[in-house]
Design a protein around this ligand. Structure first.
Ligand SMILES: [Zn+2]
Length: 93
């Protein structure tokens, strides 16, 4: 688990997830309120992690309607995004 560089408190998963979902929202240390942003590399990785599986599914799926494909693609994207905080790196703002 990622830790605050200032006080070594572990980051809250939900805070990191919010920071992934809302690009302008920073993760904040719950102990010392130090603010962190996702690194540019991590933004790229998380975006790819979320879009690629959903796009692949939509490309290979044999489901009939586009709406159904898009709905499942969205669900896959949401599930993939749950793993994003684990793979992301954060840096001091
Ligand atoms: Zn801290």
């Amino acid at each position: 688990m990622k830790q605050c560089k200032n006080c070594s408190t572990g980051f809250n998963y939900i805070d990191m997830l919010k920071s992934v979902w809302f690009k302008n929202k920073n993760a904040q240390c719950s102990n010392c309120a130090y603010s962190y942003t996702i690194t540019v590399d991590s933004k790229f990785i998380t975006t790819a992690l979320i879009i690629v599986p959903a796009a692949l599914f939509m490309a290979i799926s044999t489901m009939g309607s586009f709406l159904l494909k898009a709905s499942f693609g969205l669900i896959i994207a949401i599930i993939a995004s749950l793993f994003a905080p684990i793979l992301s790196n954060f840096e001091e703002e």
